[in-house]
Design a protein around this ligand. Structure first.
Ligand code: UDX
Length: 445
């Protein structure tokens, strides 16, 4: 089948490469000539395990091509996927300017019947808007070409995006046309082999499903972080509590790890956007507002504990914190809404120096932290500890799971370890001679 993908970010490029891998003819369109040049040179401008190999192979075989020209991308295509960014506005609402511009451009350039697929995360009602923008453009050039608009939200996790696309839990198709649903079923057949994996519903329900899924997951995280906060006060250990509740199959063990709050490109933005949608619809989203405020508190919790720890020693001003991890989670270079940024902001505002290390997010972090003279980003996890007063681990990269603690201890001025991801066993840390602080457990010094 012939597919045009508009926007080569995480979602667009992963979808394009996976569709091409299944033998489809995929044309990617991006407005940024540098991105297109990079992709044509066989390089991938984003960090996503497994993606570069897939892109290179399909590009070499001619099933995957890249252009800045939408008309060229649309020529002969049966599907046009809209996979451009939908950033948050200051008021938390979803900014649709890129989606709307693509819709207009599609209306201007399409020459043959087309199924337009909204894959970007967009508020309920956007497919109707996309439909009317395309119709307006067609009318203004006097063209009468049939098209349909479908909602097909993505559920890709950064770091696992390729395998999530190849083996999805489900594929959601929002459409009011049986014929269009059949076409999408055909396109997705290699991925959703079992028929009940492809769920067809109304367009608005599909748009809502994406937000509901991400808000449910964010709620789980804020819930366990709230339980962790109470555990810290009452002397319980949230790690035991997690296992205790997870053994009830109605709750389950997954996605209830306490930590430094959720970050990334989806949860913060999508929770805000659904809150906004609810208010617009005259509905007060009390639970979602609490999910968001618990997360904001959690993102700052480690900074607060560090500041409180050093309070009796004259505060954190002039002291140095070693920071392991900058990305919002492991296996990504994505710094969007990363908890590391909140911690750095809080502690450097108090005059603390931060010496940080991240295996892949260092360049992105440098750009974001430019101008903050109290932050230094180094190229080695042990170098980050040299002469620092304490270590904070904030991203769960595998290489931090079993480090050389003797080396860490020898590098720090005192063996103090704050663990925002509960990577280590408190007893082992005590035996290794560390003052150890983790999430959801009373401080033991
Ligand atoms: C998420 C959704 O999982 C995915 O389905 C959707 O399409 C996009 O948003 P992603 O943002 O890549 O994916 O990351 P995810 O692995 O879900 O983690 C999100 C955040 O929650 C991270 O900050 C992570 O550290 C945090 N998290 C996750 C926890 O704090 N505890 C957990 O148990 C799980």
């Amino acid at each position: 089948m012939k597919v045009c993908i508009v926007g080569t970010g995480y979602v667009g490029l992963v979808s394009a490469a996976c569709f091409a891998e299944m033998g489809n003819d995929v044309r990617c369109v991006d407005v940024n000539p540098e991105v297109v040049a990079t992709l044509r040179a066989g390089k991938v401008h984003i960090y996503e395990p497994g993606l570069e190999t897939l892109v290179q192979r399909n590009y070499a075989d001619g099933r995957l091509t890249f252009t800045t020209n939408l008309a060229e991308g649309l020529a002969g295509a049966q599907f046009a996927f809209i996979t451009v960014g939908t950033p948050s506005r200051d008021d938390g609402s979803c900014d649709l300017c890129f989606v709307e511009e693509v819709a207009r451009q599609i209306g201007r350039h399409m020459q043959a019947p087309l199924i337009v697929v909204d894959k970007s995360t967009v508020p309920v009602g956007t497919a109707d808007r996309v439909r009317s923008l395309i119709a307006e453009e067609l009318a203004s050039r006097g063209a009468d070409i049939a098209f349909d608009v479908v909602s097909n939200p993505e559920f890709l996790k950064e770091g696992d995006a390729v395998s999530d696309f190849m083996k999805p839990d489900r594929v959601i198709v929002g459409t009011d046309s049986e014929r269009t649903a059949e076409k999408l079923k055909e396109l997705y057949a290699p991925f959703a082999r079992s028929r009940d994996k492809l769920i067809v519903m109304s367009i608005r329900s599909a748009e809502m499903t994406k937000y509901a899924a991400n808000c449910m997951l964010a709620t789980k995280i804020s819930f366990i972080n709230e339980i962790a906060g109470i555990c810290e006060k009452v002397g319980a250990d949230v790690r035991d509590v997690r296992v205790g509740i997870g053994s009830d199959h109605r709750i389950g063990y997954h996605f209830i790890y306490p930590g430094v709050g959720y970050g990334g490109s989806c949860f913060p933005k999508d929770v805000k956007a659904l809150i906004h949608t609810a208010h617009d619809a005259d509905f007060k989203p009390e639970l979602l507002e609490a999910v968001e405020s618990v997360n904001a508190r959690q993102k700052r919790s480690m900074a607060k504990r560090i500041a409180a720890y050093f309070e009796p020693q004259g505060g954190v001003a002039g002291k140095t914190l070693a920071l392991w991890g900058l990305a919002f989670k492991a296996n990504t270079d994505d710094m969007r809404e990363a908890a590391s940024l909140s911690v750095i902001e809080e502690l450097t505002a108090l005059g603390m120096r931060v010496r940080a290390y991240d295996p892949v997010a260092a360049d992105n972090a440098r750009r974001l932290l430019e101008g903050n003279d109290l932050v230094e980003i180094v190229g080695d996890q042990y170098a980050a500890c040299e002469g620092a007063q304490a270590l904070l681990v904030i991203t769960e990269w595998n290489q931090f799971r079993n480090p050389d603690f003797d080396r860490v201890k020898a590098s720090l001025t005192a063996p103090i370890l704050f663990d925002g991801r509960n990577l280590y066993a408190p007893r082992n840390m005590a035996e290794a001679g560390f003052a150890y602080f983790c999430v959801g457990r009373k401080d033991v010094v």
